[in-house]
Write a protein that binds this ligand. Sequence first.
Ligand SMILES: [Zn+2]
Length: 335
Amino acid sequence: MHTAGDVRVEQRPDPVIVEPTDAIIRVTATCICGSDLWPYRGVEPADHQVMGHEYVGVVEEVGDRVQTIEVGDFVVGSFVISDNTCEICRSGYQSKCVHAEFVAQTIGTQAERARIPHADGTLVATPGQPAPELIPSLLAASDVLGTGWFGAVAAEAGPGKTVAVVGDGAVGLMGVLAAKQLGAERIIAMSRHPERQKLARYYGATDIVEQRGADGVAKIKELTNGLGAHSVIEAVGTQEATQQAIGATRPGGHLGMVGVNYDVTLRGIQLFFSGIHLHGGPAPVRRFLPELIQLVWDGAIDPGRVFDLTLPLEDAARGYEAMDERRATKVLLTV
Ligand SMILES: [Zn+2]
């Protein structure tokens, strides 16, 4: 991204092994994330910035100290580099690893090849070479599925629970899928787009709420005997969505915050009196990858349906336009 709104596909030097814990992968598929729109719209600075942090591909080369990943493996990687051995990783928070590095900022996987540091701790190999139809779903595990899943886990979605999902973008839809897999009894998707409502129902939503803001909160309360949902997933990151999520969570309930909330300001006293559990942050996707890959492999979940536009990598600029203009929910780029 040369600057805001200016995406180009250019020749760059091939990556090489730098550290003995690195792997070089040939990217099979990558995608454009809602968070890529922050620099695209000028909210974050962009100056000849490499782009992309979601990826699946085939390992071409490994450093001398890589042990679990082999040349030829098909791998899915997290959007944050992690060693998966430090105390923070072992506690399940690999996105906050002491060696954490955002793939988006330094590596950029909207590319033919990528150098992945801490390959053992970042990449997970699939059980074999995937059939082409599995690739979108495996790619989803790299971020949107892993993030939606973390939102549901952070919100303690599970049997007997009513889960409300604020946001019908890719992450919100994956939150619905995750809540369903985790056994939630009732899943309320907040959406006013007919197509996304359809997909939310496909993934397990039992109710749809179209209202937003205070009206949305009132509707959730109405559906939950005036109490609010046990579990709420916030997957937007705006002021309105965050307030709505806090308001929709019952006292003692759990709010999983996975929307990147740049401009949200919360009054401490509002949080204090809400009496809710609040958990979130950049999703530790690496924690969930082995399980998510297996669910995809077994055909138990089909997260790849969130991709509603597929383009070749050389048309990446068109993909950004489509996402920016909301003509696409999530764009897959084939390499
Ligand atoms: Zn670590």
